[in-house]
Design a protein around this ligand. Sequence first.
Ligand SMILES: Nc1ncnc2c1ncn2[C@@H]1O[C@H](COP(=O)(O)OP(=O)(O)O)[C@@H](O)[C@H]1O
Ligand SMILES: [Mg+2]
Length: 242
Amino acid sequence: MAVIAVYSVKGGVGKSTLAAALAWSSASVSRRRTLLWDLDVQGAAAFLLGHDRPRGQRAASVFTRDTDPAGLVIHTRWDRLDLLPADDSLREVDTLFARLGKRRRLGKLTDALAKDYERIVLDCPPVLNELSNQVIRAADLVVVPLPPSPLSRRALEAIRDELSRNHPKHPPILPVLSMVDMRRRLHRETVDEMQGWPVVPMSTHIEQMAARREPVGAFAPSTPAAQAMARVWTGIERKLCE
Ligand SMILES: Nc1ncnc2c1ncn2[C@@H]1O[C@H](COP(=O)(O)OP(=O)(O)O)[C@@H](O)[C@H]1O
Ligand SMILES: [Mg+2]
C-alpha cells in the first residue's frame, strides 16, 4: 500500500483536480483498489467525483477513533475507486490534533486502511500546520503541483525547506507542472528547464471535470489532457517502485 499526498501551501494550483484524476487513474488504469481521502474542508474531491458533501460532522471523528473510516467511505461509480469525503468538522481538525497530541494518527489510520486499499490519495488543504505534518508523516510520496513559471524551482525549494524544518526525513517530493499552456513562451521555457518534471496541460477537458463532475479520463479518455494525466500517474507508480 502507498499513500500519495497531493499537497501545496498554495490554493488554486490544481491539487484537487490532480488528486481526483490521479485516484481515478490508479483505480481504472492501474486497476488498484484506491481511496481518495479528502482532507480539505472545501470538499472539492468529492464534488469532482460527482458526490455531494455529507451534511454530518463525522469526517474529523476518525482521528479521535470515534468513527471507523470504513463507515464513512463512499463507493464511487467506478470500480475499485472509493472516496472518504470531507465535511465541516475538518475545520477544527488542527486544534483536534493539537489536543490529541498523537503525531502519527493519520498514518496509523492509513496503515489500517492498507487491508482494503493499495493506493490512498490524499487531497490536502493549502496549510502548514499539524494537519500537514500528519500528512507528511503518513505519505510515501508528496506530489506538489506547481504552475509553470521561472519561479517554479524556487517555489518547490520553499516547500522543501518548510517540510525539512519539521521533517528531516520527509518522503520524496514529486513536482508536477500544472496548468501548462505550451502557447506561452514562459511555460515552454519552464518545461524545458525543469526536465523530467511531469506536465499537466492547461486544458478545457480538465477544467470540465468540475462541470461534469467526473475525472477527465472517464469522459474524454483519448484527449491529450487525459493521456497526460495517465502519464503523471505512471510516473508516480514508477517513483513508488524506486
Ligand atoms: N490543468 C488544468 N487545466 C485547466 N483548468 C484547471 C487545471 N487544473 C485545475 N484547473 C482549474 O483550476 C481551478 C483550481 O483547481 P483546484 O484543483 O481546485 O486547485 P486547488 O485544489 O489547488 O485549490 C479549478 O477551477 C480547476 O477546474
Ligand atoms: Mg483543493
